[in-house]
Design a protein. Sequence first.
Length: 253
Amino acid sequence: MKIPFFNTNQLEESFHYPEDNTPEHVAIIMDGNGRWAENQGLPRAAGHQEGVSTIVKIVKTAIKSKVKVLTLYAFSTENWKRPRHEIDFILKLPKEFLSIYLPELIAQNVRIDAIGDMNALPFFTREAIQHAIERTGDNDGLQLNFALNYGSRHEILNAMKTMIGDINKGKLSLDELNEQQFSGYLYTAGVKDPDLLIRTGGEKRLSNFLLWQLAYTEFWFTDVLWPDFSEKEFLHALEKYRQRERRYGGILK
């Protein structure tokens, strides 16, 4: 069943969306779909399907909360180790999601992008993502990034290879190389590093996600499985972020 993106009647009246100290970029490791399904006595695919409904709710809440960038870890380079039927189901979900919700995303000024090695993905997945990127390219609202076939070590190695190639060609000076220049070789070039990382499902690890970009990010972990992750949970994570002091190794005066 399609969930309307902006049916505000579904939200509690007590919900507020303060802009002060709201994280500009929120990254989420969406963990727990399979366990949710198993707890319900359902096949794992049912958990992934339910997880799509959660994406709808969280994108809606991110927009209303004035978050500028939302990056969702949808499929990792390690996920190829899963059973073939589960992989096939997961990789069909972007096309299904976008075929239903792309018009609403466009109407809400959302810009879609993707990070990861797209070349290894099935044609129908790449086609759906590329179509969405092109259709939303002129939008300047929430940037919604899907991390697909993404692995941070793979990203960093590829960045180093490209960078070394540019040094050998004389396009880049090794003596002038700095962190900002290196960041420009990553999939996230031009995107602000995440202010807040949320991981659902109870695990407390990064799972090869945005290792370079998360150097100074605030982390928030919850035992709630992704299909059960609600608007209220997301707002709670934002509120916890607002209560923290980010010192970046220094001392607040």
